[in-house]
Design a protein around this ligand. Sequence first.
Ligand code: ISC
Ligand code: MG
Length: 471
Amino acid sequence: MVSVIKQQELHELLYQGARQADERGQAILVSQVRKVAPIDPLSFFSVGKKHFPGERTYWTEPTRETTLVGIGSAYKFSVDQEDEHRFDTIEKQWNALLENSIVGPSAISSGTGPVIVGGFSFDPFKANVSHWEGFSAASFLLPAFLLTVKEEGTWLTVNHVTTRDMDVKQTAENMLNLFDSLIEDCASYNPSQEEQTYSIMESDTEAWKKTVKEAARDIRNGKMEKIVLAREVEVDSKRKFNPGEILQRLNSQQPDSFLFAIERENKCFIGASPERLVKKEEDKFFSTCLAGSIKRGKTAEEDELLGEELLNDEKNLHEHQLVVKMIRDAMETGCDFIQVPEEPVLYKVRDIQHLYTPVVGKAKYGTTLISMVERLHPTPALGGYPKDRAISEIREREIMDRGWYAAPIGWIDSRGDGEFAVGIRSGLLDGKKAFLFAGCGIVGDSDPESEYQETRIKLRPMLSALGGKES
Ligand SMILES: C=C(O[C@H]1C=CC=C(C(=O)O)[C@@H]1O)C(=O)O
Ligand SMILES: [Mg+2]
């Protein structure tokens, strides 16, 4: 019975869409939002594989107040490498689609209705290596089915781009069948955690330490103030990595981090990042300075002592202050006023603790989320200082291709609200292979060996989420 009611509604919206498409001579986005009984987002992601393999997205933030799961794609937005206007291009494409859309019922809650989920590459001018194929300079999906789980409730949005000659009845029927099957599969879904054995291949660690040493020397000589240098490790496993299982583990092991998973065909970029780039909620922007690190202690006392050490460590404070300086300047360009605490506090996640300074600003009229992402990316926690210098030095000094590592990953809704995290503590899954990434902020008195140890700690969240053990 429920299906009949749904079918009439969706059918009517699609019919309106097709009629408008005919009148305007262009495709019209139809988006239907409905409140549903609670659905487990991790199960929804996993069952989505049956109908839409390679087109799933998962996104949630540390408080877990908003979780988005996208299944399938109603529309794709992408920008090729080497496009220097990639932020603007995505924004224009998104606004053009929204101008031709019908949402029923309209704008219930942020993160519902038409929402695009995706991300950007770190550097559109870095030559792409093959394992990042599909992850272009910018790539977003408007999911065919979007699950939005918030404190106030759970919503399912169905999106479809209608054309004038579409078969409305058949489309509505197909979508409702899929809708019902996703919900049924979720109700009977049992998460499995199969054993995994893998081997880890670290590429030339001595060469990486040498690059760190040279960068620190160049910083002392005044060439720049800070550069973030990253490395990649390859993990080879006996069986294919399963993004759904890895998300389950990340969710339980990293409760204070953003979680994301973005599929492109048979690959998935996945991670548990502690760092927000920027969030927009009505007229407020929230950004985060997170840089400067120390390990967690084995006991509460040791942990506290290590935290104190970090809060008073000159090198780490300098590494952090450069991030605060840049984010403050960038936020000021798009805000009427901003608030920045004087001193950092600690932000602790399972494997590591960081220096943390939150920044809040009131948006100037017309400053959009994407324009703020563009101003901020990459902050000196991911790139360096000054920004442009750091990007070109990274392009030259790093052998690996960062792809989407350390880049903005997030979502935007039809009101312009949304949030982007930076894609760190992350990896690219490609069948039986996983490429994991970790980087460190290098300043004048960085010691190559301690920076290397810091990357080892930063690789832990992904390594333990892959499950199983090293063979
Ligand atoms: C670049 C990474 O971390 C950044 C975020 C927090 C602390 C950092 C640091 O202390 O070096 C890095 O700037 C990474 O995890 O790959
Ligand atoms: Mg550091």
